[in-house]
Design a protein around this ligand. Structure first.
Ligand code: ADE
Ligand code: ZN
Length: 334
């Protein structure tokens, strides 16, 4: 690790695009499979890692949903979340707003409260034991009908104090945001904030629909915005953040090579981009590894690194006073 890599590790950061199910490392997958008497279709941790070669989002999702089957009890969800928070602590990630996919679990008979209680208990311990603040976001699976999302929203109502926002994830192509306008409107009425995956594999039109119809506070991914210059201008003007996930984009072949990635181009143009890890157990790295991969391939400057970290707090759902404190700390690092 060189001096700049050390600097990137030590930089205080917020992570705004992380699927808890995507932080399930093969070692924990094996441990939970044993604990819950589940047989995995792999003989070893190495065999699992070797299977993580994807040519697109769907390739990955098929394996990711299979991996999530080992999560059964409240303690499993606690352990999953806690392992992620320990990684955050080691990389000076100070605030997190992770996603979870309730339908992946409720559809296999795991109750909503098992999932939320396990995750929430770990997040509370993350605050008290590791000093990491957090808000939780629940995502609707867009490959399932909107009616199923409505049902999930209903189940979430008793947990409003534990869930700040709703999101939209899973297979993007062929599942446009407008299919979910009704359930997002209902969620907003219930007091939830909104975010959505758009413009990862899907076209710029999906980003516009997420902004106009789902009233999102952030776009998850959004890198295909560059195909529509007027949309890029709009994003600069409205400063709606993009939660970009560089290693994910390479693993899922959104860009062929990190040298082709557009994140620093968007940053320099004035789009509020942030760096995130998406599904770190599957894509080869957490926050610091993502910063390092971008730094090495695209010659990120110290000023750009600080701006990206600043953006991560500014794009968060933290109250303005806390955002200000983090931004002041980061400005002092120039
Ligand atoms: N679920 C987990 N990771 C995802 C991604 N990168 N895109 C869409 N859905 C996801
Ligand atoms: Zn994602």
């Amino acid at each position: 690790m060189n001096d700049f890599h050390r600097f990137l590790t030590d930089l205080p950061k917020a992570e705004l695009h992380l699927h808890l199910e995507g932080s399930l490392e093969p070692e924990l997958m094996f441990k939970l499979a044993q604990r819950n008497h589940i047989t995995l279709p792999f003989d070893s941790v190495e065999a699992i890692r070797a299977a993580y070669q994807f040519s697109n989002l769907q390739d990955f999702l098929d394996i990711y949903y299979q991996g999530a089957n080992v999560l059964q009890t409240e303690q499993d969800f606690y352990d999953l979340t806690w392992a992620y928070l320990e990684r955050c602590a080691a990389q000076n990630v100070k605030h997190v707003e992770p996603f979870f996919d309730p339908q992946t679990h409720t559809d296999r008979g795991i109750s909503f409260d098992t999932v939320v209680n396990g995750i929430s208990r770990a997040l509370a311990d993350g605050q008290t034991k590791l000093g990491i603040s957090s808000y939780l976001i629940m995502c609707f699976l867009r490959h399932l009908p909107e009616a199923a999302a409505f049902d999930t929203l209903q189940q979430a109502l008793p947990y409003k104090d534990k869930i700040i926002a709703v999101g939209l994830d899973s297979s993007e192509k062929g599942h446009p945001p407008h299919d979910f306008q009704g359930v997002f409107e209902a969620a907003i009425q219930q007091g939830f904030l909104t975010v959505a995956h758009a413009g990862e594999e899907g076209p710029p039109e999906y980003i516009k629909e997420a902004l106009d119809l789902l009233q999102v506070k952030r776009i998850d991914h959004g890198v295909r915005c560059v195909e529509d210059p007027a949309l890029v201008e709009r994003l600069i003007q409205i400063q709606t953040p993009l939660t970009v996930c560089p290693l994910s984009n390479i693993k899922l072949c959104v860009f062929k090579d990190m040298r082709d990635h557009n994140i620093l181009h968007l940053l320099d143009k004035g789009v509020k981009v942030t760096i995130n890890s998406d599904d770190p157990a599957y894509f080869g790295g957490y926050m610091t590894e993502n910063f390092i991969a971008v730094a090495d391939a695209l010659h990120m400057s110290k000023a750009q690194a600080i701006e990206l970290a600043q953006n991560s707090f500014e794009a968060s759902f933290l109250p303005p006073s806390e955002k200000k404190t983090w931004v002041a700390k980061l400005k002092a690092m120039h």
